[in-house]
Design a binder for this molecule. Structure first.
Ligand code: ADP
Length: 374
């Protein structure tokens, strides 16, 4: 049981490298918080400051209301699982899991109970006598988790714990860690660069870039209401299409004009504009691949929101087909995620339409979302 409070936390490494800038976050008890962002954005540094493995340059860290800045790691009542499992090769699984407790002089019977309970949760009871060398990657990962569980910590910290596993095992362990969180009812803070991992595991996600928090939100809100163009394109695959366009009023209606195209901006969306200053200016129009369609009926119904596309390549993914296409006035490829039964082929020119309820607009300079949430 633990709540955490990170207030105005900064980390400056020697050589004046600012790794984390003015980080503010309140974490409630039992939350599963995921820190996500590209490599080098300060996720690990933040986690390591919570663990006490890295000094906080300025700002305050509280766990359950107590200031932790100067408290050594072992007194913080947290357990950390790393990417490299850091198991002792000469000790068997039982010893690897119990070693930390022994150092803390936990009574033997208590240690035994905790190790067996953790092993049961993780399904590794049969492996307790094996040494790490005789375990698969997934089994080693479970032992590393087991070593954290036996500590019965207030907070679990995990730094890319799945990145050494193959794709299939990663998906499986993802579910297991989510279940583990539900079962243990403890606060989890999890670091990953993988947005799918973040979206599927986190109850709330912290998106970081260059040491700065971009948005803290639920997976659904991050997806539906990204705070800026960075979050919009970081979350979701394939990434959101971004089109630089001029917001142009014509005869009482609003259009986004790019190249020879003018697509209507629905009145309801225009009403959500945070300011009139964008009218007549360049903005970024965002549309997710799954909100574009090549279906004749949809395109006919939404012709106001359609434009001509020259298809470059198609990619059958199984449940969907990706159409990569070029559009007059847009640099680079756009992508639509469509029905796999589509007849559309590379080389074809056709109209694709946007779902008008799913448009995003961003400031061309600050890249901030310029629409109020509906
Ligand atoms: P992430 O976990 O998001 O990949 P890190 O927290 O590891 O990012 O790193 C954030 C920034 O801090 C990077 O620019 C990195 O090069 C720098 N950094 C990390 N550790 C050190 C260190 N010990 N000394 C100097 N700079 C560091």
């Amino acid at each position: 049981m633990a709540s955490l409070s990170l207030k105005n936390i900064n980390k400056v490494y020697p050589g004046n490298v600012t790794a984390v800038k003015d980080f503010n976050l309140e974490i409630a008890d039992e939350e599963f918080i995921v820190l996500v962002g590209p490599s080098g954005c300060g996720k690990s540094t933040t986690l390591r400051m919570v663990a006490g493995l890295e000094a906080i340059t300025s700002g305050e860290l509280y766990i359950d209301g107590q200031l932790m800045n100067k408290v050594p790691p072992k007194k913080r009542d947290i357990a950390m699982v790393f990417q490299s499992y850091a198991l002792y090769p000469h000790m068997n699984v039982y010893k690897n899991m119990s070693f930390g407790l022994k150092l803390r002089r936990v009574p033997k019977s208590d240690i035994d109970r905790r190790v067996h309970e953790a092993a049961a949760i993780l399904g590794i009871e049969d492996l307790l006598k094996r040494k790490p060398g005789a375990l698969s990657g997934g089994q080693r990962q479970r032992v590393a988790l087991g070593r954290a569980i036996v500590r019965e910590p207030k907070v679990f910290l995990m730094d890319e714990p799945l990145s050494n596993l193959d794709a299939k095992l990663r998906v499986q362990m993802r579910t297991e860690i989510t279940k583990l969180h539900r079962r243990l009812k403890t606060t989890f803070i999890y670091v990953t660069h993988d947005q799918t991992e973040a979206m599927t595991m986190g109850t709330r996600i912290v998106v970081m870039k260059d040491g700065v928090i971009q948005q803290v939100d639920t997976p659904q809100n991050l997806f539906d209401h990204p705070a800026n163009k960075f979050v919009a394109t970081f979350i979701g695959t394939p990434q959101m299409n971004i089109i630089r366009a001029k917001l142009t009023p014509r005869e009482g209606k609003m259009y986004a004009v790019f190249g020879e195209n003018a697509v209507r901006i629905p009145d309801l969306t225009v009403k959500r504009l945070k300011s009139d200053i964008y009218i007549g200016k360049d903005v970024y129009l965002g549309i997710r691949p799954e909100n574009l369609s090549d279906e004749a009926e949809f395109v006919a119904e939404n012709s106001l929101y359609s434009f001509e596309a020259k298809v470059d390549m198609t990619e059958l993914m199984g449940s969907v087909t990706y159409l990569y296409f070029n559009v007059n006035g847009v640099e680079g490829n756009l992508v639509a995620s469509v029905d796999p039964r589509t007849r559309t082929q590379a080389g074809q020119t056709l109209r694709v339409a946007m779902d008008p309820a799913r448009l995003h607009l961003f400031d061309a300079e600050t890249e901030e979302n310029i629409l109020f949430d509906e």
